[in-house]
Design a protein around this ligand. Structure first.
Ligand code: NAP
Length: 193
């Protein structure tokens, strides 16, 4: 990535926002099949982890992501804080320090998460809950780190068959262009990456 592209992305700010925050493949997946995450390695901008450790007050996730990765300290480097997991069956969730299992409406879960965030941001780390929250008008920003890889299968950021398009406005570019131009070539030699 060029330094110009990095410079265009201002550091995240802690303002009590509800962020739908993910690293995503170019074709729109946030996890590969069976929650595979190996495609994410080695990609971030400088200070990204520190930025989100500083601005994240609480995390809201879903049961599938929790079951795949139940250790909350893996969220962002050394981030520590309240984690809320929405599930229909909290009774079989393993007690986990710092993690509260919720069975409630998504709006109530967001309200609880924002309160716990104490003025910092609530990170929605779930494709399914992000979609539900977006439908309810509860997402302030969709914050994505797009990895130059095509996965072709897995969990999509926004899986909403039959749904209407959702218009978005670019927040991190000076002229708020509505279309980004990117140019890639397939990497044939794995040592190139
Ligand atoms: N790329 C990245 O940056 C990144 C970061 C973090 C995580 N991830 C990955 O993202 C994936 C997230 O998966 P996902 O979004 O498909 O699943 P998920 O949100 O983690 O889990 C979905 C499940 O959460 C429960 N749930 C969702 N909404 C609910 C509601 N309103 N009320 C009660 N329970 C509710 C349901 O489980 P039950 O009915 O079983 O309770 C539902 O099947 C995981 O693979 C995770 O590892 C990626």
């Amino acid at each position: 990535m060029s330094t110009a592209a990095i410079a265009d992305t201002k550091p995240q700010t802690a303002e009590g926002k509800v962020l739908w925050h993910f690293t995503m493949s170019l074709d729109g997946f946030v996890a590969g099949p069976n929650h595979a995450m190996g495609w994410m390695k080695g990609v971030s901008r400088p200070s990204l982890v520190e930025e989100y450790v500083e601005t994240t007050g609480a995390v809201l996730g879903g049961r599938d992501g929790f079951d795949a990765f139940p250790e909350p300290s893996g969220t962002y480097g050394g981030w520590q804080g309240p984690v809320f997991i929405l599930t229909h069956h909290p009774e079989d969730a393993p007690p986990t320090a710092g993690t509260t299992f919720l069975t409630c409406d998504v709006a109530e879960a967001v309200r609880i998460g924002l309160e716990a965030a104490g003025g910092k941001n609530l990170e929605v780390m779930s494709a399914s809950i992000g979609r539900q929250a977006l439908e309810r008008g509860l997402i302030n920003e969709i914050d994505l780190h797009i990895v130059p890889v095509l996965l072709g299968d897995g969990i999509r950021l926004f899986d909403n068959p039959g749904g209407a398009p959702v218009d978005l406005e670019l927040l991190n570019d000076h002229d708020q262009v509505t279309t980004l131009n990117v140019r890639y070539r397939p990497v044939t030699d794995p040592n190139e990456r």
